[in-house]
Design a protein around this ligand. Structure first.
Ligand SMILES: NC(=O)c1ccc[n+]([C@@H]2O[C@H](COP(=O)([O-])OP(=O)(O)OC[C@H]3O[C@@H](n4cnc5c(N)ncnc54)[C@H](O)[C@@H]3O)[C@@H](O)[C@H]2O)c1
Length: 260
C-alpha cells in the first residue's frame, strides 16, 4: 500500500492533487493535513483521510505526522506541500499600500515558505528511496509583481528550497520538484479578486479580466490541470526528474501579453 501526505488537501488545488494522485493510481490512500478540514467528494471519500493540523506550527505538524504514520505506515511514499496562499485581510492590507505591515509579511512567509520547511523536516527523514515530494510554488515566485510582494518572495523561496532539497535528498533516491500554478479560481482568488477591486460581486470578473490580459492560451487554469502535473511529477513516469519547477500557466511566464 502506497500513501501520500497532502497539505491543504481539503479544497482548491490540494483537492485537485488528491483526486489526480488517486485517479492515476500513484498512491492508494491519502492523508490530508489541513487546518480547516472538509469532507472529500463521495467518489474518493473512502481513500482520503483528514488530519487536523496547522502547517505553520511544528508541534501541530509533528502530532499529525505521528498519527498518520501510525495509521498508514512509517514510510510515506509521497509528500505534497500545497497549503499556502493568504487571507482576505492580508490581500486587502497589501492593496492599500506597497508596504505590508511586518506582521502581515511574516504571516505570508510563515504560511508559504516556513511551512514547507516545517512539514518536510518532519516527513522527508521518514521517506525511502523511490519517494517523491512536490511543492506548490506559484508563477508569482518567478515574476515580479507590484502587489503581493511578500507572497511572491515566499514562493521564490519555495522554488529555491525545492532545488536545494533535490540535491540534499537525491543520494537517498527521493525526488523533489515544484509546480508553479498560474490563475485558478479557488477560495484564494475569490478573496484576492475581491481585494483587487469591486468586492465579492466583482471577484470573478476581476479574475477573468486578469486571465484575458495575461494568459497567451486565453484560458484559466484548473484544479485538474495542477493535480495532473503534480501526479505525474510524483509518479514513476517522472523517475528521472528532480529539482524542476513546472509552470502550469497557459504561457503567462513567457512574459508577453497574449497576441503581441
Ligand atoms: N489559486 C491560484 O490561482 C494559485 C496560483 C498559484 C499558486 N497557488 C498556490 O496553491 C496552493 C493552494 O491554494 P488554493 O488556491 O487551492 O487555496 P485554497 O484556499 O482554496 O486552499 C488552501 C487550503 O490550505 C488550507 N490551509 C491554509 N492555511 C493552512 C495552514 N496554516 N495549515 C494547514 N492548512 C492550511 C486551507 O484550509 C485550504 O483547505 C497555495 O500554496 C497557493 O499559494 C494558488
Amino acid at each position: 500500500m502506497k500513501y501520500a501526505i497532502v497539505t491543504g488537501g481539503a479544497r482548491g488545488l490540494g483537492l485537485g492533487i488528491v483526486t489526480a494522485l488517486l485517479d492515476e493510481k500513484v498512491v492508494d490512500e491519502i492523508a490530508v493535513i489541513d487546518k480547516d478540514l472538509a469532507p472529500a467528494p463521495a467518489a474518493i471519500a473512502a481513500k482520503v483521510h483528514g488530519f487536523q493540523g496547522d502547517v505553520t506550527d511544528e508541534a501541530s505538524v509533528h502530532a499529525a505526522v505521528e498519527s498518520i504514520t501510525k495509521r498508514f505506515g512509517a514510510h510515506p511514499d509521497v509528500l505534497c506541500n500545497n497549503a499556502g496562499g493568504g487571507e482576505r485581510a492580508w490581500f486587502e492590507s497589501g492593496r492599500r499600500t506597497q508596504w505590508d505591515s511586518v506582521e502581515t509579511w511574516r504571516k505570508y512567509v510563515d504560511l508559504n515558505l516556513n511551512s514547507v520547511y516545517i512539514v518536510t523536516r518532519d516527513v522527508a527523514p521518514r521517506m525511502r528511496a523511490g519517494g517523491a515530494i512536490c511543492n506548490t510554488a506559484s508563477i508569482a515566485g518567478l515574476l515580479a509583481t507590484p502587489f503581493l510582494a511578500a507572497y511572491a518572495a515566499a514562493k521564490a523561496g519555495v522554488i529555491s528550497y525545492t532545488k536545494t532539497l533535490a540535491l540534499q535528498l537525491g543520494p537517498s533516491g527521493i525526488r523533489v520538484n515544484a509546480v508553479a500554478p498560474g490563475l485558478i479560481y479557488t477560495r484564494v482568488w475569490e478573496n484576492l479578486g475581491a481585494a483587487m477591486g469591486g468586492g465579492d460581486a466583482q471577484a470573478r470578473a476581476t479574475f477573468e479580466a486578469v486571465v484575458n490580459q495575461t494568459v497567451p492560451l486565453r484560458r484559466e487554469q484548473t484544479m485538474d490541470d495542477i493535480g495532473r502535473a503534480v501526479s505525474w511529477l510524483c509518479s514513476e513516469r517522472a523517475r528521472n526528474v528532480t529539482g524542476q519547477i513546472v509552470s502550469i500557466d497557459g504561457g503567462i511566464t513567457l512574459g508577453r501579453p497574449p497576441g503581441e
